[in-house]
Design a protein around this ligand. Sequence first.
Ligand code: SF4
Length: 543
Amino acid sequence: MPQITIDGKLCEFEGKKTILDVALDNGIEIPHYCYHPGMSVVASCRICMAEVEAPNPRNDNKLEMIPKLMPTCQTPAGEGQVVHTNSPKSVANQKSVMEFLLINHPLDCPVCDQAGECYLQDYSYKYGRSESRFDESKIKQPKKDIGEHVLLYSDRCIMCTRCVRFTKEVSGTSEIGIFGRGSSEQIDVFPGKPLDNELSGNVVDICPVGALLDKDFLMSMRVWNLEKAPSIDGITASGDNISIEYNEDRVYRVKPRTNMDINKWWTSDEIRFGWKFVHSEERHRSPQVKTEGESKEQDWNQAYEAVQAGLTGVLESRGSGSLAVMVSPMLSCEDAYLLGKLVIGLDSEAVIGVGPVPTSGQDKTFPGGYTITAEKCPNARGVRRALGQLTESVLDYNQFLAAIEDERTAAVILSGNYPSAWVTPDLAKAINGKFSVLIDTLPNSITENVNVLLPGATFVEKSGTFENHQNRLQSFDQAIKPIEFARTEGQISLDLIAKFGLGEPKRFDAHQTRIEMGDAFVTDVHHPSAESRKVSDMHLVQL
Ligand code: SF4
């Protein structure tokens, strides 16, 4: 395997790599702004330049210093090279680039959303000067609203062109360009053509400074107060690796986590901004039981007793095969398994089906390889797989509807947890006159009609496993606690299992549930890395 030496460290590499790639693979920091592994190399910011010694084949392969500093993001790594990023010449370049970039920068870190995760700020500490020698007036650039989700603060821009290359190479929409020349050069969109593509939020992530800002997150929270939980897209079947960023049980933003097998560095706006239902005012917050035709709030014990009385009554009077459960594809594998286990424990001939699988249009793949899936639920395959551990007969939604129309079915447990309306008129009709229990998060057309309503938890409020459209099983962590008195579907199932005397009372544990579910859920599940969970050491102070 070829080797190069970077700042005294011997680094091995395979295939065609640049010096910067080899350095990053080996944990060596070389400062860079314009380089991004997901886009073409332009070598324009010049801060990654370093002195390089290379073997000269015309001189017995003796090491010779290349006379100019070399851009490490563009220079191929070659056997025997010796790279100096901390030599006086390289350091002088780093300082000069920093000084140049800061000439017109407004230095408004105290009011900038990027502060705390800004490359310009970080590199100023590490590679910059402590004082500016520039005493002319700074050029003022405008602030612009360039799209549905993104604001542009031009005077913070360092012209790295990452955003320009993203819209050209990854989204393929080319809305952003460079306008003007020299010191009046600026990033902008074309007149009448805003930044309007399904991946637009990614330009905020890749902007190394605070020039492109997320309107949704604008001045809502300092980034050092945010904690991060590794999660998986809970809205579509993409399986995108995401990070839920939250503080004090409130989600502030969702960002992609890099996974080269799934979403690479990106995620769609649908996933990035689609979590708002988590904090909806309309969320079910406590159980409700229907008594004398009216739904009334009850505590969990009373609600469980109502479920027990209703289901026991049906099973005693109608016997085996009178119970049905619809397991939502919004649930995790663990939730689905425990709900199925409860129902089969009560009625071994129960009808078991998967809830409606929402779709919208066709899968859409962008020039950069990112795909938006048409399927708008995270776990249709995983729910089937989990229920398949318990029974061979798992019906799809239409088969389930047909099965429960049969008079034999006298009690139905339904799970929802969809971010938008999901109840079809057929379902409302089919459950009419049956004892019904609904575990859900948001109101819908049957909420008022069911006998017992149990408030469930959204994907950010629980841990579990989803199986994406490529049949990849991925686990995710809980970010925030369930809202008020809501409980996860897994916990509700465990509570009812204990209530019916089918098992001991237990706290939900995703890992233990996976072990119970069988080998595939132990060996085939991809887990997030330990570093993807970040706990803030600064706590929010409420003034
Ligand atoms: S707006 Fe950000 S990403 Fe775009 S060129 Fe300027 S600094 Fe780079």
